[in-house]
Design a protein around this ligand. Structure first.
Ligand SMILES: Cc1ncc(C[n+]2csc(CCOP(=O)(O)OP(=O)(O)O)c2C)c(N)n1
Ligand SMILES: [Mg+2]
Length: 565
């Protein structure tokens, strides 16, 4: 980096300092210059996909799997607006992304005409992004541009959320001033500091409550992951010797094969042993758990008054008071400095899987499919699992990825189309091979992005759970025909796109297909034909619980209550 640089070159060098290896994008005329500056030799590795939503999910998967910032480039308007949904998902689920958009230059703005790709006003796109980012700037001032970018990136890191930078095409070659502080900066970013006195007092109070309790439980949420405090959490859990649960969104924040891991807590619809253990709890320590409907089985979280500590969003709620300015990372570390009375509870892992007595023959049931996938994963290393929205979002809760494997899903925002592109980005960033659980409907949204996999040596194994439609709504739908989707030749498409394809019609064919996919160097699609009404045990519980709650007699849907999915 130099004191004076062209803006495009500065931005490329700056991203390099962040330790980010890849940039995800699709160019357009208003972003073309920047795209090619980014892509210069010795610049960044550029990954393009077919459609901006795929690009956004891929960058999100990269960020989730690596803990780095995912960087995106889109063109203005058509590209930028196409990208809004994935960014909104990353905003909700606290994924740090940096989005660059091109834009019209000064000369074009003076033409006194509308500029192609424009929606309402030139500034509209920036305004839209202000809703779904934690910081945003249009880089127009050569004296401030470097500092503006640096400010946005520091906020992205501190808040674990996307940030937006617009660079109009005539700015890319403009010379800018780079402050000495940025030239000297080593690329390290910091989380927001906590108030040390409050951290200590909150930790002391929490430790005292824990030490007095007889049946403590620990619940780990997504912030544990995002604030990179998983290792310390394992140490804390071992010091406490108490069972650890994760939330739906936080699945993967605690190793799934750790002896203290009990499973996923989904409020009242958790597996029975988890519900029973939670009922006995006289102290619940929630670390980094967002209070979302999905995390609590669509109910208000049951807070045992006076016996719950909740650390999230930089605050710690204890009994009826709150410590502000306490980040979960500092809180966990402070808890490790306390005297903790170690328990030695024998924890049994619990899920919803009760596979058929005979798992061979017969059509594939989801419960058996999940058991088969778990058996497969138990014997393998270097896999991650990515679960798509729809039935697989709930089904995935019963998947166990051993050996500290990564588990990715949009457990709250739940956008269809996430899994396949996210798996591509996650593999490129982490090197782990993704096993993707994807409904046929979701595959038809972004599944074809898998055709890019050979271009960047990615080889996910995709299980397309083929029930011929948007199956999760079948139990509550008045008209089944409205949920049907066209049959795609998924396995054949895999072959045509440079991968391998399998069709599985009987459960006994699944394991051989998984092993053959495992042995293949290319990506694989396994088209698993399941019954039209096949659903995972978790979805069934979720739908029943939702229906029970919202049932009002005499509704026009014949008493079938809508579930929120
Ligand atoms: C982008 C987006 N559009 C719509 C939805 C609503 N939605 C949730 S699940 C679902 C159907 C899922 O069908 P499929 O992928 O085949 O999974 P299945 O439940 O059949 O296994 C729909 C339309 C959504 N979550 N995201
Ligand atoms: Mg389906």
């Amino acid at each position: 980096m130099k004191r004076r640089m062209r803006l495009g070159e500065f931005v490329t060098a700056y991203i390099g300092k962040l330790g980010v290896s890849h940039l995800f994008g699709i160019p357009g005329d208003l972003a073309l210059k920047l795209f090619f500056v980014f892509g210069r030799k010795h610049g960044l590795k550029i990954l393009t996909l077919s459609h901006e939503p795929g690009v956004g999910f891929a960058a999100d998967g990269y960020a989730r799997a690596t803990g780095k910032i995912g960087v995106i480039l889109v063109t203005y308007g058509a590209g930028g607006h196409n990208m809004v949904n994935p960014i909104a998902g990353s905003f909700s689920e606290r994924v740090p992304l940096l989005i660059f958009s091109g834009g019209p230059g000064e000369e074009e703005r003076k033409l006194d005409t509308m500029i192609h790709h424009q929606a309402r006003e030139i500034e509209s796109q920036h305004r839209i992004y202000q809703e779904v980012t934690c910081a945003s700037r249009v880089l127009t001032d050569p004296r401030r541009a470097a500092q503006d970018l640096h400010d946005v990136v520091r906020t992205i890191w501190a808040e674990r959320r996307p940030g937006y930078i617009e660079i109009h095409r005539d700015m890319v070659d403009r010379e800018i001033e780079v402050p000495r502080e940025i030239i000297d900066w080593d690329g390290t970013l910091h989380f927001s500091p906590s108030d040390a006195r409050k951290v200590d007092e909150a930790a002391r109070e929490t430790a005292a409550m824990f030490n007095r309790s007889r049946k403590p439980v620990l619940i780990a949420g997504i912030e544990i992951h995002r604030y990179k405090v998983s290792r310390e959490l394992v140490e804390l859990a071992e010091r406490m010797g108490a069972p650890v649960l994760t939330t739906v969104l936080g699945k993967g924040a605690f190793p799934m094969d750790h002896p203290l891991y009990m499973g996923v807590h989904v409020g009242a619809i958790s597996p029975r042993p988890i519900v029973e253990r939670m009922d006995q709890a006289d102290f619940v320590l929630n670390l980094g758990c967002l209070k979302t409907d999905m995390n609590f089985g669509n109910r208000a979280p049951r807070i045992i008054q006076g016996q719950t500590v909740w650390a999230v969003d930089r605050r710690v709620d204890i009994k009826f008071h709150t410590y502000t300015n306490v980040g979960v990372r500092d809180f966990v570390r402070a808890l490790l400095r306390q005297e903790l009375k170690q328990r030695h509870e024998h924890v049994r892992y619990a899920d919803n899987l009760m596979p058929s007595v005979s798992r061979d023959g017969g059509p594939v049931r989801i419960v058996d499919l999940l058991s088969e996938v778990n058996d497969f994963l138990a014997s393998k290393r270097h896999y991650m699992v990515v679960a798509e929205s729809g039935d697989m979002l709930f089904a995935g809760l019963d998947i166990r990825v051993p050996h500290e494997g990564i588990y990715l899903a949009q457990g709250f925002y739940a956008s269809m189309g996430f899994a396949i592109p996210a798996a591509l980005g996650a593999q490129v960033g982490s090197g782990l091979r993704p096993l993707v659980l994807c409904g046929d409907g979701a595959f038809q949204m972004t599944g074809p992005e898998i055709s890019h996999a050979p271009m960047f040596n990615a080889n996910p194994i995709v299980l397309v759970i083929n029930n011929g439609g948007w199956g999760i709504f079948r139990p509550v739908a008045e008209r089944q025909d409205l949920l049907e989707i066209p049959p795609w030749p998924y396995a054949k498409l895999a072959e045509d796109w440079g991968g391998v394809g399998f069709v599985v019609e009987k459960l006994g064919e699944l394991r051989p297909a998984l092993e053959a996919a495992h042995a293949a160097k290319t990506f694989a699609i396994i088209d698993v034909r399941v019954g039209v009404d096949a659903l995972s045990p978790m979805s069934v519980k979720y739908i029943k619980a939702a229906a029970k709650r919202s049932q009002t007699p005499g509704e026009s849907n014949g008493g079938r209550a809508p579930a929120r999915i």
